[in-house]
Design a protein around this ligand. Structure first.
Ligand code: ADQ
Length: 496
């Protein structure tokens, strides 16, 4: 049984200059799912895979990733099984095996317990652990070795995210001719926060192995430049706000705001099946005259507990909305082995129970909490059914949910309430912007959003959708790859 694959991006061979693209990331793009006696190839959810998978398919690229071994079956065993079962894996995937000790130190430890909270400004959750750092270094070396083994100087090597910040320099050391790009999917913090990391210089040196360094927003770019200038004096020279010279190489540092596949989501939202699903959803929530929605990976940065608090405050302040408004919170399980995340899940369960216990009446339940992953088609039906989306992360590199919500509203219905602390807020200024720490203001914003005139709602939605349609995922990809080509050509001419 083979999986249907989305249409390839026909223009990409041109943008790539006919070079092979090698993507290097922590997560694998596909995993095989064993169900009873059958096997199914499943694409990993998330923006990165959606963006890069079609490019690798249409250009026969290579994806190097951690073999996180779903269903207790190693990736290479699954590949063998896939072959036996006639399942086609659409391009070469080179999985890297990590030991349990590696995973505990590199992934759970340094990446998720140290870099993740620090880069999201949760400094009180951050504590440096030297053992985790050693493990991070060793695993980054494993990734670098795999890249060096597979890559040639003609390829474009695109390293993704905070798990692999040392890989660019480790690969560069093997050959000055490698073409290396790096993209950071989370915020890059201000100098005053970044300097708290004892291995701050090593991390900077690691990233500076690249020819092109991409962030979501101009401020993350600025913070990175400031950190490089202040922490590596005499080793970097700043050319302009997007260029520096390091070890006689010219490096471009620029913002490339990631986005969603607008046309695909818009198309799904316009299908008659989706319309039917929307009507069914609306009928399935008693007293759901107005539907609010939250969709997140279960993570403390996303502000889910705070959101529930704001909803509770809203019902307290505006009792006339009881038995009229329901809030659906969809959360996909995340980092379930990390103790902090288990605790947070429990806190969310308790908060939902407490709020529902306090307000429920006559068959009306204010909060409907769905803790599982949904296929995009179903998620789109929820987006379309929702009269407003509350996207209130305490900090977020970009946030794709906000963009997906708007792309799923071809009817121009729906209101986006968006945290100022997201990268998306730089672009989506036509939303109702809120400070997620100001709970009364968020409760107030819900009231203002649902009471805005139909004209205001549809004008805001039109502006948001236009922005997302123009700056869609293809544009992100194209801009990054075009700039990557420039960066490669220019790197030798550091001082001209
Ligand atoms: P994430 O922190 O994962 O990404 P986000 O950008 O919101 O955050 O992307 C989440 C994705 O997961 C969305 O595409 C959403 O549809 C999907 N999703 C959420 N809940 C789901 C569910 N229950 N079922 C199925 N899918 C679900 C990181 C950074 C972000 C940055 C992205 C991309 O933290 O800031 O926007 O990378 O760079």
């Amino acid at each position: 049984m083979s999986q249907t694959i989305t249409a390839p991006y026909s223009h990409t061979p041109l943008i790539l200059n006919n070079r092979r693209l090698i993507v290097v990331s922590n997560r694998e793009p596909y995993h095989l799912v064993r169900e009873a006696n059958t096997l199914r190839l499943e694409k990993t959810t998330g923006g990165l895979v959606s963006a890069l998978d079609p490019v690798l398919q249409s250009t026969q690229g290579l994806w190097i990733c951690w073999d996180s071994s779903n269903n207790n079956c190693r990736f290479d065993e699954l590949c063998r099984l896939a072959e036996l079962n006639n399942i086609e894996i659409p391009y070469e995937i080179a999985p890297i095996k990590l030991t349990e000790v590696d995973v505990a130190g590199y992934y759970d430890g340094f990446s998720n317990r140290q870099i993740w909270p620090l880069f999201h400004y949760f400094t009180s959750r951050y504590a440096f652990d030297e053992g985790d750092w050693d493990s991070y270094y060793q695993v980054n070396r494993k990734f670098a070795r795999a890249v060096i083994e597979k890559a040639s100087p003609e390829d474009l090597i695109w390293i993704q995210d905070y798990h692999l910040m040392l890989v660019p320099q480790l690969v560069r050391e093997a050959s000055p001719d490698f073409n290396i790009g790096f993209f950071c999917h989370i915020p890059f913090p201000h100098y005053e926060v970044f300097r708290m990391l004892p291995t701050r210089k090593e991390v900077l040196h690691g990233i500076l192995g690249s020819d092109l360094i991409g962030f979501h927003t101009p401020s993350y770019t600025r913070y990175f430049m400031e950190c490089a200038e202040k922490l590596l004096p005499g080793q970097v020279s700043i050319v302009d706000s997007n260029t520096l010279v390091y070890k006689n190489r010219r490096i471009i540092i620029q913002d490339f705001p990631i986005s969603v596949d607008f046309d695909h989501i818009n198309g799904l939202a316009s299908l008659p099946e989706t319309e039917e699903a929307v009507q069914q959803l609306k009928q399935s929530f008693p007293h759901g005259e107005i539907i609010g929605l939250g969709v997140d990976r279960l993570d403390y940065t996303k502000g889910i507990l705070e959101r529930l608090e704001c909803i509770s405050m809203f019902f307290e302040r505006y009792p006339e909305y009881r038995k009229r408004l329901v809030f659906i919170q969809i959360a996909v399980p995340s980092r379930i082995k990390v103790q902090e995340y288990q605790k947070m899940k429990q806190e969310i369960d308790e908060a939902v129970g407490r709020i529902n216990g306090r307000y429920s009446e006559d068959g009306w339940t204010p909060i409907h909490y769905l803790y599982r992953s949904f296929p995009l088609e179903e998620l789109v039906a929820y987006y379309r059914a929702a009269d407003f989306a509350l996207v209130n992360p305490l900090r977020d590199g970009m946030n794709l949910v906000a963009k997906e919500y708007c792309a799923a509203h071809p009817d121009y219905h729906g209101v986006l309430i968006l945290s100022e602390m997201t990268g998306a807020a730089h672009q989506l200024k036509a939303s109702f912007l809120v400070n997620p720490y100001d709970h009364p203001a968020v409760a107030e914003a819900i009231y203002r959003a649902i009471n805005a005139s139909s004209e205001e709602k549809s004008i805001r939605m039109e502006v948001l959708r236009q922005n997302i349609q123009e700056n869609n995922i293809t544009r992100w990809l194209k801009n990054y790859l075009l700039t990557f080509n420039d960066a490669i050509k220019l790197r030798r001419y550091a001082f001209q």
